[in-house]
Write a protein that binds this ligand. Structure first.
Ligand code: HEC
Ligand code: HEC
Ligand code: HEC
Ligand code: HEC
Ligand code: HEC
Length: 399
């Protein structure tokens, strides 16, 4: 190469270096948050009618919480967050909403608990892009509004009747109705046919496969797309005999998906976090357990147990079937249970539930079906088993 080309290249690279340096300097002298703070104090002067407020010194503001291992600088921009006078201002100057809960802001003093404990996001960051995210490899960008409720369980040990957490109650009803626990373990309850759900939210983004997921590389986005269509997100490697996801596609509505995503987040929030421990004075004990339900009959009790253990997850509502199980003889589905009264004695049924069953390879060849019948002997009591079997017998259609 000619000497002059080298000279030009050198000039060009020093110019671009200089430009990068200049941009950096500019950002340090006039960072984004300075502009917001200056604007905030101008507005404060207007709202209070005190012009001296406009001259308040501008500085990085932060909530430092060594016990929780958090530093939240959100208030460098969200300066008016606990100033009731700023209710009608635009973001980021506006007073925090009180969720319609009397005393919400007093019970959650931001100076003591910060912001990211509820919102996630990157506390120490001082640009909106980095504080809100998503940025690569940061697994906890600012949560969407509908998902924040999942973090209430970080401190509230019982969210069954917590004001402001109603969406978790309807989400739990959905979780029970679909029988998720039949396939998923959760704090020692449930089965390990699928992953432990208390750990999902603690995984790093790198542990999820985004090849079949459009949009942001965040756990939220993965989870939402996966609920929408598990087989599209986890198609397996059919050529290598690795099957697609065996999680049913429930045809969930967007609202149901948001609820379940927040619920899975709340399972993780319940875990004791080493990364961000919560001092015990912020933990709110759960109210007493609800009274044991009273059942009118063994069959009614059995129906509740069928739900409690997630039999529905594989055998469908009322044991009517319809849950796919590739390579399973008879229709590639988990068998329905409506006719078991005809084929099995009550003792035989108890034996199946206690011991479980692995479907073998089909006579047609191919891999074994991905779903099997887990063994419940470690979990179910003799009384529950009695009631469950009465229920299964009751499913036999009357002619
Ligand atoms: C550099 C300034 C800046 C920082 C730092 C910052 N924000 Fe914001 N935030 C904004 C602005 C500006 C808006 C207004 C909406 C917009 O422009 O997206 C906003 C909006 C929001 C909203 C409303 C979301 C929406 O889409 O309407 C929430 C919630 C929020 N911020 C939380 C936080 C939390 C929590 C932190 C700290 C982890 C934080 N912000 C840090 C500037 C900032
Ligand atoms: C105890 C939990 C909790 C804490 C702590 C908390 N927030 Fe919030 N915040 C919420 C919830 C819940 C909402 C959503 C309200 C709703 O659904 O409209 C919210 C809403 C907001 C909004 C308005 C969003 C919008 O779209 O209108 C902003 C901005 C915000 N928070 C910023 C902050 C900042 C900054 C901090 C720290 C100084 C903070 N929050 C601390 C729970 C919390
Ligand atoms: C950092 C811990 C923490 C987080 C996170 C948190 N809270 Fe609280 N909350 C508290 C404490 C502490 C109290 C005060 C309890 C008391 O006075 O006995 C409280 C009180 C309350 C109360 C009134 C008293 C009660 O127990 O009914 C409500 C309602 C409430 N929180 C709702 C929420 C909601 C909704 C969320 C999630 C958006 C949330 N909290 C997140 C710590 C937290
Ligand atoms: C028939 C069994 C089955 C049922 C029922 C089932 N799942 Fe799954 N689920 C799986 C399997 C297998 C996987 C692992 C493969 C995959 O990611 O699709 C999985 C993956 C997941 C994941 C990803 C977890 C992680 O850490 O990677 C979530 C979240 C999830 N399921 C939630 C649910 C919820 C909520 C329900 C109930 C609405 C449910 N599942 C019902 C079998 C099931
Ligand atoms: C993870 C999926 C899964 C869950 C959850 C599950 N089963 Fe099964 N179950 C199966 C499969 C697969 C078979 C077929 C096994 C075989 O015969 O090869 C089966 C078979 C059965 C059978 C024998 C049916 C027949 O026609 O031979 C009974 C009875 C049964 N299950 C009851 C239950 C009950 C009760 C529960 C809840 C406590 C339950 N199952 C939960 C997957 C499941």
């Amino acid at each position: 190469m000619k000497r002059s080309v080298w000279n030009w290249l050198f000039l060009l690279s020093s110019f671009s270096l200089g430009l990068m340096f200049g941009v950096q300097m500019w950002q340090e002298l006039f960072p984004e948050w300075r502009g917001y703070q200056a604007e905030y104090y101008r507005r404060l002067a207007q709202v209070t009618g005190d012009p001296s407020k406009a001259n308040t010194p501008i500085k990085v503001q932060q909530i430092h919480l060594p016990e929780m291992k958090r530093v939240d600088r959100c208030i460098s921009c969200h300066v008016g967050i606990d100033n009731p006078k700023m209710k009608d201002q635009p973001q980021p100057f506006r007073t925090h909403p009180d969720l319609g809960i009397h005393g919400f802001l007093e019970k959650h003093p931001f100076g003591e608990i910060g912001c990211t404990v509820c919102h996630q996001g990157q506390g120490p960051a001082t640009t909106k892009l980095h504080a809100h995210g998503p940025v690569p490899h940061w697994g906890e960008p600012l949560l969407q509004k509908q998902l924040i409720v999942g973090t209430c369980a970080t401190c509230h040990q019982n969210t069954d009747s917590l004001k402001g957490a109603e969406r978790l109650v309807s989400a739990r009803a959905l979780f029970l109705e679909k029988g998720c626990i039949g396939c998923h373990n959760l704090h020692g309850k449930g089965m390990l046919v699928g992953p432990e759900l208390a750990e999902t939210w603690g995984k790093s983004v790198d542990q999820f496969d985004f090849r079949y997921v459009h949009g942001e590389e965040t756990v939220t986005n993965w989870a939402v797309k996966h609920f929408k269509d598990p087989q599209a997100v986890v198609p397996g490697y059919p050529a290598l005999g690795i099957p697609e996801s065996s999680m049913p596609n429930y045809g969930l509505t967007d609202d149901e998906i948001q609820q379940l995503t927040a619920l899975v987040l709340s399972f993780y929030s319940e875990e004791e976090s080493e990364e961000h421990p919560i001092p015990s004075r912020f933990k709110v004990a759960g109210s007493q357990k609800p009274p044991e339900p009273v059942y009118n009959s063994k069959v009614e009790q059995g129906a509740a147990i069928f739900q409690k253990y997630g039999c529905i997850g594989c055998h469908g509502p009322q044991g009517r079937g319809g849950i796919g199980n590739k390579n399973m003889d008879m229709g590639e589905e988990v068998p329905p249970l409506v006719y078991v009264a005809e084929g099995y004695s009550k003792e035989e049924l108890k034996e199946i539930i206690r011991e479980g069953r692995y479907p073998g390879r089909s006579e047609r060849g191919g891999a074994a079906p991905p779903l099997w019948m887990p063994s419940w002997k470690e979990k179910i009591s003799a009384d529950e088993l009695d009631a469950l079997v009465e229920y299964l017998y009751s499913l036999f259609p009357a002619l």
